[in-house]
Design a protein around this ligand. Structure first.
Ligand code: SAH
Length: 343
């Protein structure tokens, strides 16, 4: 059985042709599913025989909502979703003045092993399909009854470790017949898989690329991010230059501040020196503490000092606004704590 959300219009047109149907039926079916129709029998302009054929081959499969945690402070909603095979994933809906934004997962778990991250503790279970990434947006829109206009690929998983499905998702979510979310409203965050950054650049998309840097030197980076053993910062920055040349898009560097690890004034100065010549934006994230490790977030003062040092070097920097502090759950924590209670 196929999940119909995994199909582009062109793919469904081909399926129709291969199965002796008219290609125009594909458009009809697709417009129903994006309207939220969950049964082929509700597709009134589709002949009964074709509906039967579709039922034999396709599922209109959206994840089911297991739990929603709603913040009373700022309307942030964290959703725990269950997939067809009962794997759990999470996504977060954030309300901003400029519209609704969603943070989606790209894998069940993750195999990158970053020390501060809860998503990676149980390793990677499996990749999400393009349709499964997309259907997080569908379910969230249905739930809030409003359009979602911005997407960040910053949930569980490493997007560039699931390259085929993630790039297909980017195509699907951007399609006019689908959710029609502009590429400029999409940010993909990666821990820095160099060859895949270049491959992404060659696709010439206008999405924003965010790099999880978290340290100014390879030596320091290796302490918190195993991927640093594979790719050096200088290789990452070269790939970023390539990306900028190809796409004309400025890159965001994420820097999660961990007390006593990467938050000193010297760290800030060295980071500034490293990035000074890059046309970039730095996003500081005071680390979300998780119970599985002892990493602590720095004081507000330390974070602001760090910010000011970067600014003094002419680097554009923001401190990540914290959303849903009363339902505080860092990347991957919802799924983890839920699985623990089920044991
Ligand atoms: N795998 C991708 C995207 C998922 S994580 C990546 O590495 O970029 C999204 C961002 O949140 C990354 O910058 C990641 O390093 C950061 N992050 C993960 N857990 C965190 C935590 N507990 N506190 C602060 N930032 C965290």
């Amino acid at each position: 059985m196929y999940n119909i959300f995994d199909f582009t219009l062109e793919e469904l047109q081909n399926w129709m042709k291969e199965n002796g149907e008219s290609a125009f039926r594909a458009k009809q079916v697709i417009s129903w599913i994006y309207k939220g129709v969950k049964e082929f029998d509700e597709m009134k302009n589709i002949p009964v025989a074709l509906r039967e054929k579709l039922k034999e081959n396709f599922l209109i499969s959206l994840p089911t909502i297991v739990e929603v945690y709603e913040s009373k402070v700022d309307d942030t909603k964290k959703m725990l979703l269950s997939l067809k095979d009962n794997n759990l994933i999470e996504c977060v809906i954030m309300k901003y003045k400029h519209g609704n934004s969603i943070c989606v997962s790209t894998q069940v778990g993750c195999r990158m092993g970053c020390k501060f991250c809860a998503s990676t503790l149980g390793g990677r279970i499996r990749d999400l399909s393009a349709g499964e990434i997309l259907s997080q947006v569908m379910v969230a829109q249905n739930y809030i009854g409003e359009r979602i206009s911005n997407i960040v690929l910053m949930g569980s998983g490493e997007p560039l470790d699931n390259f085929e499905n993630v790039t297909k998702f980017l195509k699907l979510v951007n399609a006019e017949y689908g959710l029609n979310i502009g590429q400029r409203h999409i940010t993909l965050s990666t821990c820095g898989i160099v060859p895949k950054i270049k491959e992404l650049a060659d696709l010439d998309l206008s999405i924003t690329l965010a790099i999880s840097l978290h340290a100014f030197s390879d030596e320091k980076r290796k302490v918190i991010m195993p991927i640093a053993n594979k790719y050096s910062i200088s290789e990452i920055l070269d790939a970023c230059k390539y990306y900028m040349d190809k796409t004309g898009r400025r890159i965001t560097y994420e820097y999660s501040l961990v007390s006593g690890v990467n938050d000193s004034r010297e760290d800030a100065k060295s980071l500034a020196t490293l990035l000074k010549s890059m046309n970039c934006h730095v996003n500081l994230i005071p680390v979300n503490e998780i119970k599985e490790n002892t990493l602590k977030r720095p004081s507000r003062k330390t974070v602001e000092d760090f910010e000011n040092i970067l600014k003094s070097y002419g680097i554009e920097v923001t401190i990540r606004r914290e959303m849903g502090t009363d339902i505080n759950a860092a990347c991957g924590q919802l799924r983890r704590s839920y699985l623990e209670t089920q044991k």
